[in-house]
Write a protein that binds this ligand. Structure first.
Ligand code: Q46
Ligand code: ZN
Ligand code: ZN
Length: 323
């Protein structure tokens, strides 16, 4: 296997692109692709401050590394979810990366913001952990970006993530989420910031190869709550198709962006957004879903600390003698 650039021994084989690269040319390819995505979709300019959501995994750290190398003004944003050792290790790796590269990092604890960790939120809501987790992450990322004066929020979603989300949207005909799925989302309200995914054309294999070749120390284990998630099944199915028909994932997602998304976006109904009566963030309801979740968690905690009610007597109390 030879590098398509220099004919040297290739380290990374990319059948989906009909190419293979030696280590230095692979790193060039990856960084070029990210830069191209940012410029072609006008995600942000070198003058803008970008908040990068960093979980400590390979994708988000590969994204941060690339943006730093391309000269963009970045600050990392890590949310400590309170999911046991997984969250502690994720924070450790993210902080170590920021320290080693001398870059700014903002860390927020879900326990401090919501009043409970994600596993506790799950118990309070009686829903799977990903439900409260996704809501909390979206809320905290958007609010932090705006409050701290960042023009845009960048996340490390890769091609596999986007293709799996698209597959889920199509299989269940989730027209709302299909209409919203895009690598660059403009702000639709003064309190909703721009969101971009500069890795959207790069596969999980490509981001992992980049992280390894750049010697990035990332969290290898996935969140324990991701086990059994439908998105993993969709990724597996897409990978099996990809193995038989190279380039399918990229064509699937780019085909959606070219052929379907414009029609969905223009046909989509404009949702009326207002400010949450409790926190002021943009919402369709009087009180936003995040504030309702915080209230529910608060009541759940109250019930847990409240003294247990006096047990009812098992035998009727003797009747007091009548006067
Ligand atoms: S949503 Fe669910 Fe992830 Fe949160 S609880 Fe873990 S798996 S981290 S992307
Ligand atoms: Zn080469
Ligand atoms: Zn609110």
């Amino acid at each position: 296997m030879r590098c398509v650039k220099c004919q040297g021994t290739a380290s990374v084989d990319l059948p989906s692109r009909n190419a293979a690269y030696c280590a230095p040319h692979y790193l060039d390819h990856f960084e070029y692709e990210v830069g191209h995505n940012i410029r072609s979709l006008k995600m942000f300019t070198p003058d803008e401050r970008v908040l990068v959501a960093v979980s400590g995994g390979k994708d988000s750290l590969a994204l941060w590394e690339t943006l730093i190398r391309l000269g963009y003004k970045t600050t990392g944003f890590h949310i400590h979810l309170g999911i046991g050792e997984y969250s502690d290790l994720s924070r450790e790796k993210t902080e170590a990366y920021a320290r080693a590269h001398g870059v700014e990092l903002i860390v927020v604890e879900v326990e401090a913001a919501v009043g409970a960790t994600i596993p506790e939120v799950s118990k309070a809501l009686r829903r799977v952990p990903c439900s409260g987790c996704g809501l909390t992450k979206r809320y905290l990322m958007n609010r932090t970006a705006r409050e701290q004066g960042f023009s845009v929020l960048a996340t490390g979603h890769n091609l596999d993530d986007e293709a799996a989300t698209l597959m889920g949207g199509v299989l269940h005909w989730q027209m709302d989420s299909l209409g919203r799925q895009a690598p660059a989302l403009e702000s639709t309200h003064a309190r909703l910031g721009r969101k971009v995914k500069p890795l959207y054309t790069l596969s999980e294999k490509e981001t992992a190869s980049y992280a390894v070749l750049r010697h990035i120390d990332y969290v290898v284990d996935e969140c324990p709550h991701s086990v059994g998630a439908l998105s993993l099944l969709y990724k597996d199915v897409l990978n099996r198709i990809e193995a038989e028909s190279h380039g399918t994932k990229l064509r699937f997602f780019q085909g959606y962006l070219k052929n379907l998304r414009p029609a969905l976006a223009s046909a989509g109904q404009k949702v009326e957004l207002r400010e949450c009566a409790t926190c002021g963030e943009a919402t369709t309801a009087e009180v936003c879903a995040y504030c309702r979740m915080v209230q529910q968690v608060y009541r759940w905690k109250q019930r847990r600390v409240a003294p247990a009610p006096t047990p009812a007597p098992t035998t009727p109390a003797p009747a007091s003698p009548s006067a």
